[in-house]
Design a binder for this molecule. Structure first.
Ligand code: NAG
Ligand code: NAG
Ligand code: NAG
Ligand code: CA
Length: 348
């Protein structure tokens, strides 16, 4: 029993490692192709950069006679190769080192017949890439065919590389193995066996068969069908049971609603500002429909009762402060006013 179990575990481990390596290898094949493409792209850039160049130095005439023309010279090739890889790009330098002789072969022997370096080098010679629209070790056609992979509505996994599985990941709005179906929230504007155009529904529809709010099959949350079977906004704010908290008022929006804080003079409100209070917050009183600050300091009953205390009215409240400003020369009225000013600035 114990031995069987151990064997089973070992097999499982081997299996997992195998799978892991397979996955890694597939990823490697994709990135190898992308490295190769960068190299050949940089080769084209190098060709452009050196297009109008000559042999350096003053003795050009002599050198031109002595050596091959610069255009097809080894010197030009070396100059181009030097600029292919960034020194920090490990993958690039490794690939270049491994295959540098291929560049010489192409430069001196194959260029005329195979002017497309990417095709000759990456696809046909070192076999890390595939032609566009194909994928995998044998460059098989992507799902939907190599002409229009995924019927033009998605990305074929591994497209143009020796990796991937050729399956589609569809663009937004499309779904299905072939990216011909429309996702919820989109409708088919045009379709045949090989072509599909999905367009977004009206924002009120969850699903639809056309572009307007009358073409919805089902309304989105926050919308409801009216008498004409069109989806219209639900006004959440007319409901008796308001969806907002007590110190908030409800604001209806298209497809939704929001809750906004009441003005600070209100205790509950039906809208913004001090004019929509249901009742006044404490420290405020209703004066002809407006919630107005109560001046506690001018009430008959004094609110600050300790010795040397002065009452200072604030919006919605009041303060009792010690006013010990009795100097030998008398009270400092100016200082008191400054103090009040300061208090107002910091409490309003
Ligand atoms: C291609 O050349 C550019 C500029 O010389 C460089 O920044 C880039 O890293 C090169 N590509 C690679 C893969 O090294
Ligand atoms: C499908 O529709 C597209 C776009 O209208 C058209 O180009 C294509 O020829 C059609 N294919 C078939 C098989 O009808
Ligand atoms: C209520 O307050 C507003 C803003 O301060 C003011 O314009 C309005 O005249 C006031 N209404 C009454 C009835 O006092
Ligand atoms: Ca609404």
């Amino acid at each position: 029993m114990g031995l069987d179990l151990r064997l089973l575990r070992l097999l499982l481990c081997v299996f997992l490692v195998f799978i892991f390596q397979a996955v890694e290898a597939k990823k490697d094949l994709k990135s190898a192709c992308s490295t190769c493409r960068q190299i050949t792209d940089n080769f084209s850039k190098g060709l452009e950069k050196t297009a109008n160049q000559n042999f350096g130095g003053g003795n050009t005439a002599w050198e031109e006679r002595k050596l091959a023309k610069y255009e097809t010279s080894e010197i030009r090739l070396m100059e181009i190769i030097e600029g292919l890889c960034d020194s920090s790009s490990f993958e690039c330098n490794r690939m270049l080192e491994e295959h540098e002789d291929h560049f010489e072969t192409w430069w001196f022997k194959r260029k005329a017949k195979n002017p497309d370096l990417h095709k000759w080098f990456c696809i046909e010679t070192i076999k890390v890439c595939c032609p566009k629209g194909t994928f995998g070790p044998d460059c098989n056609a992507c799902v939907g065919g190599s002409e229009r992979p995924c019927h033009g509505n998605g990305q074929c996994d591994g497209d143009g590389t020796r990796g991937g599985n050729g399956k589609c990941s569809c663009d937004s709005g499309y779904e299905g193995e072939f990216c011909l179906d429309c996702r919820d929230g989109y409708f088919n504007e045009e379709a045949n066996d090989t072509f599909s155009l999905c367009t977004e529904c009206h924002l009120s529809c969850k699903t639809c068969s056309g572009p307007t709010h009358q073409d919805c099959d089902e309304c989105k949350d926050g919308w409801e069908e009216d008498d004409n079977e069109a989806c219209v906004d639900v006004n959440e704010c007319t409901n008796d049971a308001t969806p907002c908290k007590e110190d908030e008022h409800c604001l209806n929006t298209e497809g939704s609603f929001s809750c906004k804080a009441c003005d600070k003079v209100c205790s509950g409100c039906t809208g913004p500002g001090p004019e929509n209070c249901k009742a006044c917050a404490s420290g405020y009183q209703d004066i002809e429909g407006n919630c107005t600050d109560v001046d506690e300091c001018s009430q008959q009953e004094p609110v600050c009762t300790k010795e040397h205390q002065e009452c200072v009215n604030t919006k919605g409240s009041f303060l009792c402060i010690f006013a010990l400003f009795d100097f030998p020369g008398g009270r400092l009225g100016v200082s008191m006013e400054l103090l009040l000013l300061h208090l107002k600035l910091s409490t309003v």
